[in-house]
Design a protein. Sequence first.
Length: 128
Amino acid sequence: MNKTAIHTDAAPAAIGTYSQAVVHGDTLYVSGQIPLDPGTMELVDGDMRAQVTRVFDNLAAVAAAAGATLDDTLKLNVFLTDLGHFALVSEVMADYFGKPYPARAAIGVAALPRGAAVEMDAVIALNV
């Protein structure tokens, strides 16, 4: 298998045994991003909107490092500790994605790394 790891300082460094993203063929697989500030590696201060925005910023930074944008996203997985924030995620998402929107799943989970309330991962097409 021929795969290449992607790394950017504009997104949080991996906090485990994984890469920020991996390219295989014309597809970028972005690891889950939580609302960590890449400069401090701490969860961002603020309300849920600030957290969701930081996650999208992190995803966008990893996509850019691979030469893509969020508009190239094929599939987005959203993990929330409170599905009551689903409408807010959709609202903020509209600021980051154009139509046609990617396929998406929203999954309620009991807990996320570092006590985050939201995490997202993505599958992104390259060379579009």
